[in-house]
Design a protein around this ligand. Structure first.
Ligand code: PAF
Length: 284
């Protein structure tokens, strides 16, 4: 069955309201389109959490910097709708920019702590754009549950914090990263990579795995693990950061790792920016 598509805010709100009146719960998967198997997994998880699944597709201009890839970000609506139909999503919201950001709109969501760290150091204003659009989408769809990938680990943390800080009545679910057979984390931006670039890109998951192996073998120094990962990366990569942080709030360890951690990294390959991470869990 083809997924039902809604363009205006009134239409999607009417759709959700109808289901609510019938006593159904709603799960929501916000996306920027260019969907791949990772997104399909998010929809699958969403369907396990509620009666009705709504997906949004909106390339949000507010989260792109002036020199970033907003204009060339892949837009593949027909293929996206096919994937969503296959995944049995119920409704898809594809708003236009004017409805999401009318002239009158002026409120923005800031996080002045972890939004300026890690990716935020290299993408000023990015997380303000993400949080603002996610707040708007939550306001429009009012889901019971919203599902995000762990590939964007910092984004997932910031959204969870926002929901908590504003006492928003919904549950945030994080889903493990899906990887291609060569280990590369699935991302809409992977389609920018040329064949030879991909060979360098796969050093990212290998580097994280090298750190994870050292961690499993007992290494507890964040600096050592960062070094191990850094040294395994292809020299073709322009590394922005490699960081071991606390899972809880992405703050740095002052000493050895004594609680669940995550190693995160960002690097550029030609014009393509790639991010990835792996959790370092201390066992019971
Ligand atoms: O992760 C994404 O695709 C985007 O950042 C999101 C959450 C849809 C907001 O535009």
């Amino acid at each position: 069955v083809a997924v039902e598509t809604f363009i205006t805010i009134d239409e999607i709100q009417g759709f959700v309201a109808g289901h609510r009146r019938a006593g159904r719960t709603v799960a929501f998967v916000p996306t920027m389109g260019a969907l791949h198997a990772g997104h399909a997994k998010l929809v699958e998880v969403a369907r396990q959490h509620a009666d009705v699944t709504v997906v949004s597709i909106f390339v949000n201009p507010l989260q792109f910097g002036p020199n970033e890839d907003f204009a060339r970000y892949p837009r593949t609506l027909n293929a996206d709708l096919e994937i969503l139909s296959e995944q049995d999503a119920d409704g898809v919201f594809v708003p236009n920019i004017q409805d999401m950001y009318p002239e009158s709109s002026q409120t923005r969501i800031y996080n002045d702590r972890i939004a300026n760290d890690l990716c935020g150091r290299f993408r000023p204003g990015h997380f303000e754009g993400v949080l603002t659009v996610v707040m708007k989408l939550f306001g429009i769809v009012s889901p019971d549950t919203a599902v995000f990938g762990k590939k964007d680990y910092q984004q997932l943390k910031l959204i969870s914090l926002m929901v908590n800080d504003f006492h928003m009545p919904l549950k945030i679910v994080g889903v493990d990263t899906l990887r291609d057979s060569d280990g590369l984390a699935m991302s809409s931006r992977n389609r920018y990579l040329k064949t030879e670039e991909r060979q360098h890109a796969i050093s990212i998951p290998s580097a994280l795995k090298a750190a994870l192996s050292a961690f499993s073998a007992g290494e507890r120094s964040p600096q050592k693990l960062e070094e191990i990962a850094f040294n395994s990366l292809s020299p073709e990569l322009k590394v922005e950061y490699v960081a071991v942080r606390k899972q809880r709030d992405l703050s740095a360890f002052s000493d050895g790792i004594d609680q669940n951690a995550v190693i995160l990294l960002a690097a550029k390959l030609g014009g393509t920016r790639l991010i990835d991470n792996m959790e370092l869990n201390l066992r019971g």
